[in-house]
Design a protein around this ligand. Structure first.
Ligand SMILES: NC(=O)C1=CN([C@@H]2O[C@H](COP(=O)(O)OP(=O)(O)OC[C@H]3O[C@@H](n4cnc5c(N)ncnc54)[C@H](OP(=O)(O)O)[C@@H]3O)[C@@H](O)[C@H]2O)C=CC1
Ligand SMILES: O=C(O)C1=N[C@H](C(=O)O)C[C@H](O)C1
Length: 271
């Protein structure tokens, strides 16, 4: 059987390079294209070389259309505006679109959902097995604990990260809200500054730290009078996200169009 052809978007970025290295060492898949932002310095360069490998002959381009016509899937860790555009193209080509990009707005999500009527989209704020397992645990624990337990989510990332709270923090917040049976938007404290008043009972709080080269750390805290339960995940390498994304792409082939999550890919949706 021929290797499955994958395009990597954001090819010269931190995740793009990690994916190109992982695809190169994974049997059954092949890098068929590499995309960057129009005008990016990496356009025209060999994607293997950019990722620190031997040249692979796949030049980075800023023209996704021709690449997507000749691919079975695209893995996309870029920026919200790019992801929304790529989703429309991937839907046109009926190929699998794996989306790791975070910082998506409500409008962006609506456009991704629309695109998923024609193509398989797998989207997650965190593609790692560990975080998705943690989300299932958080949902279960939140179901058992009442509002006497304040839920707080603390995250830390490297100093190049541009969005907050992280996609993972929001995913974990959603898991907690689902477990508790509440709407996250109506029960979130995403920023605290100045004289805020006492903590609102039943709300889910988010706190953001940025610094150095931290790959990604998340702690979900259930705090009550006299006791505190904490669940933490620490990412030590971006390879865990790339592995999850590649698994999602392979899982998506041949599936019917729709909007899927990593919980679907990993069989955790029922937990
Ligand atoms: N879901 C998950 O498991 C994970 C999600 N992420 C998310 O993935 C995204 C990328 O992260 P990271 O790799 O660290 O970021 P980087 O900034 O290192 O990489 C993003 C790349 O995408 C490029 N890009 C921007 N616009 C376009 C476009 N129109 N077409 C093609 N490429 C484009 C950027 O180019 P330029 O710099 O020139 O703008 C950059 O090279 C972030 O949203 C991050 O939060 C990250 C890790 C795991
Ligand atoms: O930007 C990052 O680096 C990461 N982004 C994702 C997020 O927003 O949660 C996943 C991971 O934590 C790394």
């Amino acid at each position: 059987m021929a290797d499955t052809r994958l395009v990597v978007a954001g090819a010269s970025g931190r995740m793009g390079q990690t994916l190109i290295r992982l695809i190169a060492e994974t049997p059954g898949v092949v890098l068929s294209g590499a995309i960057e932002r129009p005008g990016a310095p990496a356009v025209g360069q060999d994607s293997g070389k950019v990722a620190g490998l031997e040249p692979n002959g796949v030049l980075i381009t800023d023209d996704p259309l021709s690449l997507l016509t000749a691919a079975e899937g695209i893995i996309d860790f870029t920026a919200p505006s790019a992801t929304v555009e790529l989703a429309a193209l991937a839907a046109q080509m009926r190929i699998v679109h794996v989306i790791g990009t975070t910082g998506l707005s409500k409008e962006d999500f609506a456009r991704l959902k629309a695109a998923s009527r024609h193509a398989v989209i797998v989207q997650s704020g965190n593609m790692s097995l560990g975080v998705n397992l943690l989300a299932a645990v958080v949902k279960r624990v939140a179901r058992s604990l009442d509002e006497d337990f304040d839920i707080e989510i603390l995250e830390m990332h490297h100093n190049r990260k541009v969005d907050a709270p992280s996609g993972t923090a929001l995913l974990l917040g959603q898991a907690a809200a689902d477990g508790r049976g509440i709407d996250l938007d109506g029960h979130s404290d995403r920023v605290r500054d100045g004289h805020t008043g006492a903590r609102e009972k039943g709300h889910i709080g988010f706190a953001t730290l940025r610094g150095g080269t931290v790959v990604g750390e998340h702690t979900v805290i259930f705090a009550s009078e006299g006791e505190r339960i904490e669940f933490a995940h620490k990412a030590e390498s971006r390879v865990i996200f790339a592995k999850g994304a590649l698994k999602a792409a392979i899982w998506g082939f041949g599936r019917k169009p729709g909007y899927y999550s990593m919980a679907d890919v990993l069989g955790l949706a029922e937990l």
